[in-house]
Write a protein of this length. Sequence first.
Length: 118
Amino acid sequence: QVPLVESGGGSVQPGGSLRLSCAAPAGSSMNVMGWYRQAPGKQRDLVARMISGGSVDYADSVKGRFTISQDNDKNTVYLQMTSLKFEDTAVYYCNIEAAISTWTYAAWGQGIQVTVSS
């Protein structure tokens, strides 16, 4: 099990911002990076997905508000969330497909709670 360490979640008022981080093991060459979320009683859905050097896709519900990015020097993927809404409340998971030398892996973060409430 490859450890991905998520951070940055918490509680925020509607209209606020949060930035989630997902750190991969040192030496990872990240190829596909994604953020997913799961609200209580619902399935896990894609929020944003990025292919390194390629395409970026967002769920319609977050377009224009969320931005996925990567910092290869820090082996970290970010999700910048702005103009947060009540319906953004969920547990957020990162997913990374990467390689360390000739070894490839796909892993999930542990999940981090984001709560939007007044």
